[in-house]
Design a protein around this ligand. Sequence first.
Ligand code: NI
Length: 171
Amino acid sequence: MDTLEIITFPNKLLKQPTQPVDNIDDTIQKLIDGMADIMYAAPGVGLAAIQVGMDKSIIVFDEGLGNGEKSLRTIINPKIVCQEGSIISENEGCLSVPDFRSDVKRCAAVEVEGVDREGKPVKYSRDDFLAVVLQHEIDHLNGILFIDHLSSLKRQLYTRRVMKQQKKGNE
Ligand code: NI
């Protein structure tokens, strides 16, 4: 596999719902390894396959949230159910939405089901920050970015800034 690179807003792939994985073959295993490398190098606490331009329903995240020992988790074809109330994620950010952070309203607790990289069923019930990470990454698989949860005014401000920077870059 070629070296993976993070794609960023407004790349259209980020708006596209991803395809379920039905065969966890060598290519998928390599993709997961590549995603983990990119996530830890960034550094980030979660990453969806579409963020490296791969149209697959796969997320990785670090259960230790990047503190201390690595505890990488992979969920293939995740399904999420909101369990509880709402919280405001503070300063949420995304490797595909550079130089921008915002508070986002999220469910306080979630349950996620899917399979791991061995194809074994997995189920995660998580709250607080890990619930936010799971919602954020699974949103990616549905073509949703955290800025899509903001007011259109806030989103437009960011969009204009990106367009300006791109124009500058092309001059
Ligand atoms: Ni993201």
